[in-house]
Design a protein around this ligand. Structure first.
Ligand SMILES: [Cu+2]
Length: 168
């Protein structure tokens, strides 16, 4: 009895958290009027919700800055996200995903499939939002790509701009 109660309470909390996040990402609350001008576009509030949220979500680098130069090999990278929740891999939470850091990626893999794991595609499947890299001297291109619970990018993909940093 208690377990059931606690579970539904957690569900309620999770649901309201997701709800406020999608509201933050530009979703509409029922009855909300005039908060956004969509220039006559009409959004489906049902089945399109996930796609709409993915298209308005973004990931970005809190640090480092684009063009930043480092005197040591250790580079701390902090991932930012808006409009989506970070959830560990394997956890099918609506409107969520985990970060993938693309490092000097030559060619984007098929993003309709689970992302492979390699030195160039690092998964943060525990839901981590930062890491410290050990980079060789030279320039390095970094990009973030969100993947869902099964490591598959959303449609449309939630992909950051590429930043370039230099290690001396
Ligand atoms: Cu992954």
């Amino acid at each position: 009895m208690f377990k059931l109660f606690a579970f539904s309470k957690i569900l309620l909390l999770v649901t309201s958290a997701i709800f406020s996040i999608s509201a933050f990402a530009g979703g509409h609350l029922p009855g909300e009027k005039g908060a956004h001008d969509h220039s006559g576009q009409h959004h489906d509030h049902g089945s399109m919700q996930t796609a709409m949220t993915a298209s308005e979500a973004k990931v970005y680098f809190i640090q480092p800055d684009d063009g930043q130069v480092f005197n040591s090999a250790e580079v701390k990278v902090v991932f930012g996200i808006e409009g989506m929740l970070v959830a560990p891999a394997g956890t099918d939470t609506p409107n969520s995903g985990h970060h993938h850091l693309l490092i000097n990626l030559a060619e984007m893999p098929d993003i309709s499939m689970p992302l492979p794991a390699s030195d160039n595609i690092r998964h943060f499947g525990k839901g981590q939002t930062e890491t410290t890299l050990n980079l060789a001297p030279g320039t390095h291109r970094l990009q973030l790509l969100l993947g869902n619970y099964a490591h598959i990018p959303h449609n449309p993909p939630v992909l950051s701009d590429v930043i370039e940093i230099t290690v001396k």
